[in-house]
Design a protein around this ligand. Structure first.
Ligand SMILES: Cc1cc2nc3c(=O)[nH]c(=O)nc-3n(C[C@H](O)[C@H](O)[C@H](O)COP(=O)(O)OP(=O)(O)OC[C@H]3O[C@@H](n4cnc5c(N)ncnc54)[C@H](O)[C@@H]3O)c2cc1C
Length: 510
């Protein structure tokens, strides 16, 4: 079909869709939600608590990214890979390596079962539980949503049907999508994204690749890179900039890069990919690595070059919803968009209001958006303290400002970094990998930020987060009696390190 023929066909299809829209009303709700991820669910359940009706329109699998193809499947497989690695690399003299056989399809099958159970328990069952005497206040419509105007959306269902739904209030909770860089040849080459973790969708990876090249040096590239390397894949990570985890403290990226390289991951920075080619049997890449051309080959290519707000083709511009330069929905502190009765929360707002793209943030904010929309509560989000983690082994935990961010905000600050080898527990369990860094405001010694790579960093960071929330100083960390021996003592030790040499302290002394 030529261009004109295609245009005529598209126009006819649009007319037919419009005719079906006016004939097929999907109902009117207090809250019309685009998406059904953790943000959307939090909003829908809050709506039900307020005695209101809500509908979620979902194009893919109920529950969104976190449960189906993000947090949960990655953390399930990361733990399996840790068991494999630790069995083959015991840290203790006296324990002989005992390699475990990896049956990747079986690992994937158990992951799918866990996800199915979790989705049933924490998402699908919520819909059943809200069902009372009358009709269920929370409805889900399967289909791709597009706003037609500021109060209505159409959902195009998988079989091509169209339903029109309207809402007094609207919430945009469509999450984010992998960024696919504009590299010559990439569009014609088969590649994976983090959607390889999904279940019940065609992108799921069910065979362990012999080799994998990963584009990107952010948390998804590193978590998945280590996971596959530990299961037996030869992994090469190509990062464009001079370091991995670009937005984090440089000491964290450096320590983690050393650890990953030590494990045998081929981690290359300043690698600018020029060309990609390949087919189902393998991929070839050429890259400028520190200005020298290099070739890479692998069975599979994984693009993990970041994520972008999912705001394209949603009809947002037509409805008057403003986007920022990154394509995120612009919101104010109450999560209201530029249209008074349209709200947005979760990954789709990107870094607006200093938000972070993480499940608990969306789940927290979805409820706030629904309360503001339906009960006029005018609650404001507070994104000043959001602890985050990367589930590599060892883990990364971060909260508050980095050294650079603190300086950019005009703080006069002071920073210290110590190796985790000074933490008694790290020595006792023979795992002293990593560092911890603390950023203090001068002269108050108020803690502005903490970054750690080390055992249990994702747990340890919560103490720092609570401290930041209540404006704690380094002295509060020092005065608090910590359980001995724990990795949380790293916080106390880094606080002490501003005034004393922590390599010369006796046990638990401050
Ligand atoms: C590999 C990976 C690992 C991660 N690990 C972690 C972790 O360990 N911890 C953590 O906190 N976060 C993690 N995240 C991030 C986390 O998954 C997201 O921050 C979170 O899922 C965002 O929730 P959301 O509700 O805003 O969006 P989503 O969960 O993405 O939900 C949006 C939904 O909207 C649907 N949608 C989009 N467009 C349309 C449309 N036009 N019509 C209908 N439906 C539409 C999508 O299909 C999707 O289901 C991870 C992400 C990935 C990819």
């Amino acid at each position: 079909m030529g261009v004109d023929g295609r245009r005529a066909h598209d126009a006819q299809a649009a007319q037919a869709a419009q005719a079906r829209v006016s004939g097929a009303d999907g109902g009117h709700y207090d809250l019309l939600i685009l998406g059904s991820g953790s943000t959307a669910f939090a909003a829908a359940t809050r709506a039900a608590e307020l005695g209101k009706t809500a509908v979620m329109i979902e194009a893919r699998t109920l529950g969104g990214t976190c449960v189906n193809r993000g947090c949960l499947p990655s953390k399930n497989l990361i733990e399996a890979a840790r068991l494999v690695y630790d069995a083959a690399h015991p840290r203790y003299p006296g324990l002989a390596p005992a390699p475990l056989e990896v049956d990747f399809p079986a690992l994937v099958a158990q992951k799918d079962a866990i996800i199915r159970d979790y989705r049933d328990q924490h998402y699908a069952s919520i819909l059943d539980e809200t069902e009372g005497e009358g009709p269920n206040p929370i409805q889900v419509v399967t289909g791709r949503a597009r706003l037609m105007d500021a109060h209505s959306a159409v959902a195009t269902t998988p079989n091509g049907g169209v339903r029109r739904l309207t809402g007094d209030q609207v919430l945009i909770a469509t999450g984010s999508l992998p960024v696919v860089p504009d590299i010559p040849g990439l569009a014609e080459t088969p590649y994976l994204t983090s959607d390889l973790l999904t279940s019940e969708e065609s992108q799921e990876l069910t065979e362990l690749p012999a080799s994998l090249v990963i584009l990107g040096g952010g948390y998804i590239a590193l978590e998945l890179g280590q996971l596959f390397a530990r299961l037996g894949t030869a992994v090469t990570i190509l990062e464009r900039s001079g370091r991995i985890l670009r937005d984090y403290e440089p000491e964290i990226g450096k320590a983690l890069a050393d650890i990953l390289r030590e494990e045998g991951i081929h981690l290359i920075t300043r690698a600018e990919v020029q060309q990609v080619a390949g087919d189902a049997s393998g991929v070839r890449l050429s890259a400028l690595v520190r200005d020298q051309e290099q070739e890479f080959q692998a069975a599979k290519l994984l693009v993990a070059a970041g994520r972008r707000p999912n705001t394209a083709d949603l009809g947002l511009e037509g409805a008057g919803v403003q986007l920022d330069a990154q394509g995120a929905v612009v919101v104010d502190g109450s999560l209201r968009t530029s249209v008074p009765h349209i709200w947005a929360a979760g990954d789709v707002i990107g870094g607006e209001t200093d938000s972070q793209t993480a499940t608990p943030v969306g789940a927290h904010d979805g409820g706030i958006a629904a309360s503001n929309a339906l009960a006029d509560t005018n609650r404001q989000v507070d994104h000043s303290v959001i602890p985050r983690a990367i589930f590599t082994d060892p883990q990364v935990g971060i909260v508050g400002l980095t050294d650079r961010e603190a300086n950019a905000r005009g703080f006069v600050c002071q920073c210290n970094t110590i190796p985790l080898s000074v933490v008694p527990r790290a020595g006792a369990i023979r795992d002293a990998r990593g560092v911890i860094k603390m950023v203090l405001e001068r002269p108050t010694r108020r803690v502005l930020g903490v970054s750690m790579v080390g055992v249990n960093a994702a747990e340890v960071i919560h103490e720092a987060a609570m401290a930041l929330r209540f404006g704690a100083t380094a002295d509060d960390f020092i005065d608090l009696v910590h359980v001995y021996p724990t990795m949380a003592e790293a916080l106390k030790l880094v606080a002490i390190s501003f005034t004393k040499d922590v390599t010369k302290l006796s046990c638990c002394a401050s």
